[in-house]
Design a protein around this ligand. Sequence first.
Ligand code: ZN
Length: 75
Amino acid sequence: MMCLKCGIAVEKGFTTSVTDLGDCLVIIRNVPCFKCAECDEVTYTADVAWRLEKMIEASKNLLQDISIIDYAKAS
Ligand SMILES: [Zn+2]
């Protein structure tokens, strides 16, 4: 897998995803990703992106200002 910006090989790692929904902030920790050492561009695989979307969707119903979710522990 290559970085879309600089074209060098990206490395497997973990990141923290932060999504600002306007009235609430969703922070998801320990998200598996591919990270570029050069520009810090983060790429998710399709199923990680899908799970993140579901988690963000679910956290909208919690009505909290800030939701902090651990990807590894979320079902
Ligand atoms: Zn890059």
